[in-house]
Design a protein around this ligand. Structure first.
Ligand code: EPZ
Length: 429
């Protein structure tokens, strides 16, 4: 198993290219199941989760080919995927695959919408919370699917097709909103989705579906309207930049000090996080190439933040912000309201010398003068990267174990950071 070794204390200077968003790429790939024609996706990040979803889709009969490099292209350019679901040969998503990646549960919606049936394993528990799928099942039922749970599988049937309806989510859910939009696109009639997720990745997927011939409006607001169509065609779409990767590297620079251009980053995708960092004393400058983040010798001021659905501060940056606040001058408070168990990084940060006290969903972080390197590990990708951020400012050596979590969501992390002066390397085996 690979590990990452970091020697802390070096500032970061230079340019970090921001990759396409993982959490848009995955539903975009799944949306390919809605059409017989080829969907071409550009700016796709090279991630373990993308490769795994390729395998999962392959199991349904989907062909995915990676486009060749064009002149002048480097590893900093995303890859191009040609995805063809011309022949769906199997509508079952088996337990062994769905448990490896929860988002693969979302194949339920396009399979039922196009094929009238699907058998998809329930994903089970997760390291960051219970993460049930009841709202996704409710959305499919509202659209007329008959659903049974059989031997750990959701068995869904809609032999006569889905019917447009009203779906009101009791709580904002990204996966639920993706599910509702994809299924409603091929339903008969109009669907109104209330309390929809407003995340930029929802907007990106809907933009792509509209290019494929869907009729979706209102994305980016809490009320989405989908007029169903009889069929969808192929299209070409470029994945939007990853706001969580952007925020992660912004916090890495804030932690280590230095001056970095986050190339291709778009400030409006993470304005709340950028405002907060600015309030803490980090320089944030939007440019026409991306976002510049800088911090010199200035101290970090503590913050108060509560995670919540977009446009509030994202849960996917909570662990990284906590790592940063371990070095603030004073006491910070972070309240996690999206996932009830997303604090697995706390005890690992404590191993590096952080002072963090947990009480239910509220973490109190007392800034410390210094962190000290140690061996650490984490149970999900955002928690793992928070340890990398802490290690960049810790004295001496930190070894981050279980690097496969990082590989799921961060493209060439050690390469991007080492090119900017960090002492970071991958230890194989
Ligand atoms: C998406 O997960 C993201 N995953 C997550 O990113 C992200 O943390 C999350 O949205 C919140 O922004 C992808 O896009 C692939 P939800 P999702 O449905 O859709 C509860 C990362 O690190 N809920 O918005 O699964 C749920 O338990 C990952 O990249 C139900 O109760 O999240 C949670 O408390 C991790 N029943 C809340 O809603 C349901 O049926 C929001 O979850 C569905 C959700």
């Amino acid at each position: 198993m690979d590990r990452i070794r970091i020697i802390g204390g070096r500032p970061l200077n230079g340019t970090i290219p921001i990759s396409g968003a993982k959490n848009a790429t995955l539903p975009l790939m799944i949306a390919s199941l809605l059409t017989k024609e080829t969907l071409i996706l550009d700016n796709v990040p090279r991630l373990a989760d993308v490769a795994l979803l390729q395998r999962i889709l392959g199991n349904h009969g989907v062909d995915v080919t990676v486009g060749g490099k064009r002149a002048g292209e480097t590893a900093d350019h995303g890859q191009t995927l040609h995805i063809s679901a011309a022949h769906i040969v199997d509508t079952t998503a088996p337990y062994e695959l769905v448990t490896k990646m929860r988002a693969s549960f979302w194949v339920l919606a396009p399979l039922v919408a196009r094929m009238g049936q699907a058998r998809v394993s329930l994903p089970g528990g997760c390291a960051i919370g219970t993460r049930p799928v009841d709202f996704l099942i409710m959305a499919m039922e509202r659209l007329g699917a008959q659903i049974e749970i059989d031997a750990g599988y959701v068995v869904a049937k809609a032999p006569k097709g889905l019917k447009g309806s009203e779906i009101v989510f009791p709580k904002v859910t990204v996966g639920g909103t993706h599910t509702a939009i994809m299924a409603a696109s091929l339903a008969d009639g109009t669907t109104v989705i209330e309390n929809a997720a407003r995340e930029p990745e929802i907007v990106d997927v809907a933009d792509c579906l509209n290019k494929m011939g869907a009729r979706i409006s209102g994305t980016g607001t809490g009320r989405i309207v989908v007029e169903g169509v009889a069929g969808l065609n192929g299209a070409r779409h470029s994945v939007l930049p990853d706001r969580i990767e952007t925020g992660t590297y912004a916090m890495a620079v804030a932690m280590a000090g230095g001056d970095i251009l986050l190339q291709n980053a778009r400030p409006e995708l993470l304005q709340t996080a950028l405002d907060l960092m600015q309030a803490s004393g980090v320089q944030v400058t939007p440019t026409n190439q991306g976002i510049r983040i800088a911090r010199n010798e200035s101290e970090l001021a503590p913050i108060e933040v509560t995670t919540a659905p977009f446009p509030a501060f994202p849960t996917d940056l909570q662990a990284q912000l906590m790592a940063l606040m371990t070095r603030a001058r004073g006491t910070s408070h972070i309240v996690e309201t999206v996932f009830e168990n997303r604090f697995m990084h706390v005890q690992e940060l404590v191993r590096l010398g952080a002072r963090i006290h947990l009480e239910g969903e509220r973490a109190t972080i007392e800034g410390v003068e210094r962190l000290k390197g140690a061996p650490v590990m984490a149970t999900d990708l955002r928690a793992s990267v928070s340890l990398v951020i802490a290690a960049l400012a810790a004295e001496g050596e930190t070894i981050v174990n279980r690097v496969y979590h990082l590989d799921r969501g961060f493209e060439r992390l050690e390469d991007k950071l080492s090119r900017c002066g960090a002492a970071i390397e991958r230890l194989s085996g």
